[in-house]
Write a new protein. Structure first.
Lengths: 329, 221
């Protein structure tokens, strides 16, 4: 009763203010990075590798200048809708290009993070939950998982079917492409979810009990139960190019943001609208395709990059065969 | 020697029946990985964090500070401060709560400074009719007149709590992490602020015969 009164009061207040989508978007990302770069070069931060910032800023500046000439239709966006007219995919070309940044020859070796420590003990197929004290008497849970299959497409398809993950048919690829890996993304237990809150509560209780019985430890790890996955990923490569296919089920929408180097258009393949985007970056073609299959309530995304031999026509053929295969399932 | 920053992965949104929010727990996990890389020296990846959160931070600052330019400046300051503090972020509270906590403290300081400046002007020049209080200077399109008047009766801390809970839809756990208290205490603080708004509203309704159902906002700013 009290909860209902509170929700009602919140809704009343909310209705008296501008909604989030009525507030104009801003983009201050470049200004922030510029300010950070300036402070870094002025020695204001005591970061791990301050000298790297000078290179990063210079490289970002150079990349911005070089790509300005190829900027295509800034802030242009495309939408795919379902039969009820709801927007299921929104794909936008940003007004900033893909940044080219120097990568350090060798990474520093910082102390392993909590995540690294948990990853060191994970076994194939596991979803591990880990928890540390928030410092204010509360506790939150983070997850890592290892669902990577590197043996064959058949093993991946078996895993996906067993976990009710969205199906990705075996793609028809040009000669020379071989299976790299396939994986699924488990549905993670969270507190505010009707399906997963029981598992979340179980884990939270376990962690609280362990914190009491094993005081002084900074990290607690438990295996989480999972039975379902909501997305799948598949990757193939030849010596130079990589093709990645992702499928995500039951999402209310997908928002894609391509750098300004890209151009995009909608194509209709077998009655299904597909957004195809492409760009040439550092002399290499990059492609992406997104579509929504209404029957299975699944979003698909295919991306490819890395080789001049992979032409737009070849990529479009891969996408067309996948669209048809996914639609016929 | 050079590498290309990967194209940001598309945002995938799920509807959570329990909270009514559009969210993606997996996205939070992927962001945690990006943050771990930033902590390990890949500082250029911070731009991805800014792009994910800049809109939410701007909305929060705009509603609290009530002024577009101030809000934009505040968001930049918040992200610079967060970058400075990111080596100390330890995956305890979610990253968004950690960021909101920085924003909360920053905006309250801004409002205190504004109040100090107004008081100083008044001391120097006597009454300053043109100097508006922060509440009076608030962008009049953000809230309906009744809510604006109710919000003006709250302290900056209380306004922040209302904005975080109602407009930014933070849970009490998240609110506790932002305010640095337990979720139960955060709930009490929110309910106190909400009751104040309600009382102010009721009073205004009695005085002017205002009908809240006719007052929803349609403007776009």
């Amino acid at each position: 009763m009290e909860r209902e009164r509170s929700i009602h009061a919140c809704e009343n207040i909310k209705a008296q203010g501008l909604s989030n989508d009525q507030i104009e978007p801003i983009d201050i990302s470049e200004a922030v990075m510029r300010r950070i770069g300036e402070r870094q070069t002025a020695g204001r931060f005591q970061g791990r590798a301050p000298h790297r910032w000078a290179f990063i800023c210079a490289a970002i500046g150079l990349a911005v200048m070089l790509s300005t000439a190829s900027v295509l239709a800034a802030s242009e966006y495309l939408q795919l809708r379902n039969r009820d007219g709801e927007v299921k995919v929104r794909s936008e070309i940003a007004d900033h290009p893909l940044l080219v940044v120097p990568q350090p020859e060798e990474e520093n070796s910082p102390a392993p993070s909590y995540r690294d420590r948990v990853l060191a003990q994970i076994k194939p197929g596991q979803l591990l939950a880990y928890s540390i004290d928030n410092g204010n008497g509360t506790r939150s849970i983070q997850y890592v998982f290892d669902t990577r299959i590197e043996s064959s497409y058949t093993d991946f398809a078996q895993l996906a079917a067993g976990k009710s993950a969205p199906a990705i048919p075996e793609p028809e690829l040009p000669d020379g492409f071989a299976f790299d890996y396939g994986s699924v993304h488990p549905i993670l237990p969270i507190a505010d979810n009707d399906v997963t809150h029981a598992e979340y509560d179980r884990l939270l209780t376990l962690f609280e009990q362990r914190a009491e019985s094993e005081p002084g430890k900074d990290l607690y790890v438990e295996e989480a139960h999972w039975t379902e996955a909501n997305s799948s990923e598949l990757e193939y490569s030849n010596r130079q190019a990589t093709v990645r296919i992702q499928a995500i089920k039951d999402a209310i929408g997908m928002e894609a943001l391509f750098p300004s180097n890209y151009s995009q258009q909608i194509h209709t393949i077998g009655g299904i609208e597909v957004i195809l985007a492409q760009a040439e970056i550092q002399g290499f073609p990059n492609f992406a395709a997104i579509w929504y299959d209404e029957v299975s309530s699944t979003h698909y995304r295919v991306s490819a990059s890395g080789s001049v031999e992979l032409t737009a026509e070849a990529f479009n053929r891969i996408v067309a065969s996948l669209v048809k295969l996914t639609a016929s399932r | 020697m050079s590498a290309i920053v990967p194209i940001p992965a598309p945002r995938v949104l799920y509807h959570n029946e329990s909270t009514g929010r559009e969210e993606n727990p997996a996205e939070d996990q992927s962001l945690e990985r990006t943050i771990a890389q930033i902590q390990q020296g890949r500082q250029e990846r911070y731009v991805e964090v800014v792009r994910v959160y800049q809109q939410a931070m701007y909305r929060y600052c705009l509603r609290l500070l009530g002024h577009r330019q101030d809000a934009e400046d505040a968001v930049q300051d918040i992200f610079v401060k967060a970058f400075e503090a990111i080596p100390r972020y330890r995956y305890t509270t979610g990253f968004s709560s950690w960021l909101y906590a920085i924003a909360h403290r920053h905006c309250l300081n801004q409002l205190r400074n504004r109040n100090r400046q107004t008081r100083l002007l008044q001391r120097l020049f006597g009454s300053v009719p043109s100097a508006e209080s922060p509440e009076q200077a608030m962008d009049s399109k953000l809230f309906s007149p009744p809510l604006m008047s109710a919000m003006a009766a709250l302290s900056p801390e209380e306004r922040s709590v209302i904005i975080l809970r109602v407009f930014e839809e933070r849970t009490y756990e998240e609110l506790g992490a932002i305010l640095g208290c337990k979720p139960e205490a955060a709930k009490k603080r929110f309910n106190r602020a909400r009751m104040k708004v309600q009382r102010k509203w009721d009073k205004r309704r009695e005085e002017s015969g205002w009908n809240e159902n006719d007052q929803s906002m349609h403007a776009k700013i």
